[in-house]
Design a protein around this ligand. Structure first.
Ligand code: A2P
Length: 281
């Protein structure tokens, strides 16, 4: 297996002792090996792939992912869930029944090939926010992926005094990826110490019993989220926000943050909150 942008080759690989030939890799595309796959529920899984040596990105950005095997492979935007310093790339994905990409992607195994377009992009990055005392990260479902990258990046802890990851899912099982990740930070040599002091993880479920029930937008509107965290309501002078979820969740959380006086920022004009609009759940 080899990797690298600009290849246009047929790649041979073995499974069960039989050599298969994967179809041609489109020019200008990275072809990477799957290194690990973990399934959480019948709708959620994560996978890791090798990282091309020349590939650079900022924590929180996304990239287009596809699978070889078709004349015109289907690509979808995937937030990179691993931090910018990691030597592999991690992705967290939903399994969409009959989804043109995830129907196949959910069956990948270590050693398989995943295609990746070479240019990462996105607005859910530290650069698009002004510094502050606290950054709230609001995620629903697989929208936690870019934050999985950002909470493993030392820069996040340098830029913000407190990092509050708020993750809401329909069921408690869907919170597992985020929970495992936060727990793993205790042993993380790079951010473990900072995370222990500065990171808070707030989870809520909407369709099952859980200590915190309800949508993040409802918990913001009632102030319950602040009561639970023991913090004052969001204040534009010191608080920052980042949002990732479905289109409806982005819209509603954006108006919630605007009602606190936060202003949307971008790479060119950093401000007090940012949204990732290209996210596909
Ligand atoms: P709910 O169960 O009330 O729909 P989904 O899987 O549909 O993306 O939802 C993930 C989580 O996001 C669910 O807990 C869901 O709550 C919640 N959610 C859905 N739409 C919104 C919205 N417009 N604003 C805030 N949270 C939302």
């Amino acid at each position: 297996m080899r990797s690298g942008a600009g290849t246009d080759a047929r790649i041979g690989y073995f499974r069960f002792g039989v050599e298969f030939m994967t179809p041609a890799i489109p020019a200008g595309m990275f072809a990477q090996s799957v290194t690990e796959v973990e399934h959480y529920t019948n709708t959620l899984f994560r996978f890791r792939i090798t990282r091309p040596e020349s590939f650079r990105f900022r924590s929180g950005e996304f990239v287009m992912i596809g699978l070889p095997g078709h004349d015109r492979p289907v690509f979808r935007a995937y937030s990179i869930a691993s931090p910018a310093w990691d030597d592999q790339l991690e992705f967290y994905s939903i399994k969409v029944p009959d989804g043109p990409l995830t129907e196949h992607l959910q069956r990948i195994q270590p050693g398989d090939t995943v295609l990746m377009r070479p240019k990462p992009t996105g607005t859910l990055v530290n650069d698009a926010l002004l510094g502050g005392d606290r950054v709230y990260m609001f995620a629903t479902g697989t929208g936690v992926a870019p934050f999985a990258s950002l909470i493993r990046d030392p820069e996040t802890y340098q830029k913000f005094g407190q990092v509050i990851l708020c993750h809401c899912c329909r069921t408690v099982a869907e919170l597992t990826y985020g929970r495992n990740l936060v727990a793993s930070l205790a042993d993380d040599p790079l951010v473990g110490e900072a995370a222990a002091l500065q990171l808070r993880h707030y989870t809520s479920a909407t369709r099952e019993e859980h200590p915190h029930r309800g949508r993040l937008t409802e918990l913001l509107a009632t102030g319950q989220l602040f009561t639970d965290l023991g913090l004052p309501p969001i204040e534009p002078d010191c608080d920052r926000g980042m949002i990732c979820g479905s289109a409806a969740m982005l819209r509603d959380t954006k108006s919630a943050l605007e009602s606190f006086g936060l202003v949307e920022g971008s790479n060119n004009a950093p401000a007090t909150f940012v949204i990732e609009r290209s996210f596909v759940g």
